[in-house]
Design a protein around this ligand. Structure first.
Ligand code: F6P
Length: 381
């Protein structure tokens, strides 16, 4: 299909992730070098299409030197959903549907196609706007790796390495003090970062949202290690982990226009451990360190491939799709097939079997784990 694209826009939405700048660079270079298109950079995600004066041209000069930089040169936000835009007024918070304004703004700017780099929330907005006439192509970003129909999101590998490094470092101090070290990792409702960092870092216990935990099973594991002479344990806890029959732990405050924020389960769990068996326990919350820093070689490469192929797919007329990784190939999948659900750790995967076979406790009995029917069982990594 020949394309009528002359000018494209690019925005980054949701939480930042290492590799965003590598995607922006690849989009700009491919659009200019291969097709002679103009590129407009939109600041702070969809906020830049709601507020005036937040759009600027991006040239080859603008993207020089940004490949190794963390963050995003365009800025980002996870609070600007045009379909439910929250505005603080003297009488409280008012919610408006500004999606029509966004479509009009895109037309006024002469943007023929929008490259939307974001996670599940941002891609859902792009999909919903596409039903109102937007031509978009999505690029899957998130350290959580929880987007459907792609083996990997960019940003995940860098976060995983940061988390693994933390687990490595906790080993020595745990061993010296004969302590239990709990490290809380991000990932929202999916356990990818915790599971993979835990296995790669040699954790003794890994708690993920997909497997509700039983404190007794974990205490037995710590005691068994102690009886074998290991007087310390490393416990990796995903921020979305929860006990059997219990809820995930949320932070007290929600940002206006933002989603409920997970956080605090590490300390809750550590307190349960202290109370039940008096174990000397310390907690580390790795937090936003997982989102910062220079992208790994893997993420730079994946982000560059995603950005480049997003432009090539758009030129071929494959719009309202998301670029995705499948069997080491970049493909395009319809936005309708990546939104609405998340990708969880499948409990029948070799990753789970590997953890169990290595003697890592996943916080519950094998029988319990085998009995869980999780949404993840239907979607491979
Ligand atoms: O989705 C990425 C992520 O880092 C999650 O792992 C975490 O729960 C959330 O974003 C934190 O968001 P914020 O930056 O708003 O605190």
């Amino acid at each position: 299909m020949s394309t009528s694209i002359r000018r494209i826009g690019v925005l980054t939405g949701g939480g930042d992730a290492p590799g965003l700048n590598a995607v922006i660079r690849a989009v700009v270079k491919t659009a200019i070098n291969e097709y002679g298109w103009e590129v407009l950079g939109i600041e702070d995600g969809f906020e830049g299409l709601i507020q005036p004066g937040r759009v600027r041209p991006l040239t080859l000069d603008d993207v020089r030197g940004i490949l190794p930089r963390g963050g995003t040169i365009l800025g980002t936000t996870n609070r600007a959903n045009p379909f439910a835009y929250e505005v603080k007024t003297s009488t409280g918070v008012q919610t408006y549907d500004l999606s029509g304004d966004v479509i009009r703004h895109i037309q006024v700017l002469g943007i023929d196609l929008l490259v939307v780099i974001g996670g599940a929330g941002t891609l859902r907005i792009a999909h919903d706007l596409s039903k109102k006439g937007l031509l978009a192509i999505g690029v899957p970003k998130t350290i959580d790796n929880d987007i459907l129909n792609t083996a990997l999101t960019f940003g995940f590998d860098t976060a995983l390495n940061t988390a693994m490094d933390a687990v490595d470092r906790l080993h020595t101090t745990a061993e010296s003090h004969h302590r239990v070290m709990v490290v809380e990792l991000m990932g929202r409702d999916a356990g990818w970062i915790a599971l993979e960092a835990g296995i790669a870092g040699g954790a003794d216990v890994i708690l993920i949202p997909e497997i509700p935990y039983d404190l007794d099973v974990i205490v037995d594991k710590i005691k068994a290690r102690s009886q074998r002479g290991a007087k310390f344990s490393i416990i990796v806890v995903a921020e979305g982990a929860r006990p059997v029959g219990g809820e995930a732990t949320y932070q007290a405050q929600r940002d206006p226009g933002g989603v409920k924020r997970l956080g605090g389960v590490g300390e809750v769990f550590a307190q349960q451990l202290r109370e039940c068996c008096g174990v000397d326990t310390r907690v580390t919350v790795l937090g936003h360190l997982q989102r910062g820093g220079s992208p790994s070689a893997f993420d730079r490469l994946l982000a560059s491939r995603y950005g480049t192929m997003a432009v090539h797919f758009a030129a071929q007329g494959k719009v309202n799709h998301m670029v995705a990784l499948r069997c080491d190939e970049i493909i395009a999948v319809p936005l309708s097939e990546v939104t609405g659900q998340q990708k969880y750790v499948p409990l029948n995967s070799d990753m789970i079997l590997t953890a169990l076979s290595l003697g890592i406790s996943l916080g519950n009995t094998r029988q319990f784990i085998e009995g869980i029917q999780s949404p993840g069982d239907t979607d491979g990594h």
